[in-house]
Design a protein. Structure first.
Length: 278
C-alpha cells in the first residue's frame, strides 16, 4: 500500500489531510518537515504532505529553505479546513473542565471558548500530542483542542465541535514526490511554483515581475526570504497560474531568467478545486 508522510503526531491535522488527499494510503507521522522529506528519499514513503500557509497564521516557516534542496517536486496542493474539537475523557462533561491543552497557535484560535468556560490555557507542543496526554492522564479536569481524528485515535469524546473563533481557518499543503508530474499543457487549471533571487537594488523586483504582467500571468502568492542572513539579496517563492510549457508563462520565465538568479521550478500541478469554492 502506498505511504504518505507528514509532520506531526497521529491524529494531527496533517494526518487528517493526508487521509483526504490520498484515500486508502497509509499515513506516516514524522517529527519534523525534514524527517518527512527524508522518509520519501529513503523509500519509507512515496509522497509527503507539507503545510505551506494558513489563512490565519500566514506562511509556514522552513518550507522555503527545505524545498529547494530537498530534491522533491510539488505534484499537488490540498486545502484543509481546520475544525477544532473540544476533547475529553469518556464520562467528562464541559462543567468538569478546568484546564485546556493544545498547541499555542490553536489556543489563540479558541479564545472565545477559553473565556466562556473560564479555562486555564496550557500550551503544548502539538494538538494531537495534547489529545494523547489528556487520554493518558484520564482526568476529567483536563481537555484538549485537536481534530476529531485525534479524539478517535485516543479514545476521547467530543464535547463540542467547531470551537474555533474564525470559520475560515484553513491550511494549504504542498504534496511532494521524488519525480515531477506536470499536467498536460493543454489544461487550463495548472499552477506553477518557483523560486528566484534578486539583488537588493532599486527596481530589481519590478524588473523580475514585469514579464508576468506583460504576458498576462496571474500571481497567486509571493513570499520574500532573506538569504543566509545577508541583506545583499532576497529569495522569492511564487505561485503563478499557468504551465511552464504554455507560451505565455514560457515567455515570462524566459524574461525572468535574464533579470534574476537561481530560477528554479519546484513543480507544476493542477489547481485545487477548493480554490473555486473559496
Amino acid at each position: 500500500m502506498p505511504v504518505i508522510a507528514f509532520q506531526g503526531r497521529p491524529g494531527a491535522y496533517s494526518d487528517l489531510t493526508c487521509r483526504e488527499a490520498r484515500p486508502g494510503w497509509t499515513t506516516l507521522p514524522c517529527a519534523s518537515f525534514a524527517a518527512a522529506i527524508e522518509a520519501v528519499h529513503v523509500g519509507r514513503a512515496d509522497e509527503a504532505l507539507l503545510a505551506c500557509e494558513n489563512s490565519l497564521a500566514g506562511r509556514v516557516p522552513d518550507i522555503h529553505s527545505l524545498l529547494p534542496d530537498a530534491g522533491l517536486h510539488i505534484v499537488g496542493e490540498h486545502f484543509q479546513r481546520v475544525e477544532h474539537c473540544l476533547l475529553a475523557v469518556p464520562g467528562a462533561e464541559i462543567s468538569d473542565i478546568r484546564r485546556l491543552h493544545t498547541h499555542p497557535v490553536a489556543l489563540g484560535q479558541v479564545r472565545k471558548l477559553i473565556h466562556e468556560l473560564d479555562l486555564e490555557a496550557v500550551p503544548e507542543f502539538d494538538t494531537a500530542g495534547a489529545a494523547e496526554m489528556v487520554a493518558k492522564w484520564g482526568r476529567k479536569e483536563d481537555a484538549a483542542i485537536a481534530s476529531s481524528l485525534a479524539g478517535e485515535l485516543n479514545g476521547l469524546v467530543i464535547l463540542r465541535r467547531n470551537v474555533e473563533d474564525a470559520a475560515h481557518n484553513t491550511t494549504r499543503f504542498y504534496r511532494v514526490a521524488p519525480v515531477p508530474s506536470f499536467p498536460d499543457p493543454a489544461r487550463g487549471d495548472t499552477l506553477t511554483t518557483l523560486l528566484m533571487r534578486v539583488g537588493n537594488k532599486p527596481g530589481a523586483l519590478y524588473a523580475a515581475l514585469g514579464g508576468f504582467s506583460r504576458h498576462g500571468i496571474n500571481m497567486t502568492r509571493i513570499e520574500s526570504y532573506m538569504l543566509n542572513g545577508s541583506f545583499a539579496a532576497t529569495q522569492f517563492l511564487m505561485d503563478v497560474e499557468g504551465h511552464p510549457e504554455q507560451p505565455a508563462l514560457a515567455a515570462a520565465l524566459k524574461e525572468l531568467e535574464h533579470v534574476s538568479d537561481n530560477l528554479k521550478i519546484l513543480g507544476a500541478y493542477p489547481r485545487s478545486l477548493a480554490r473555486s469554492s473559496a
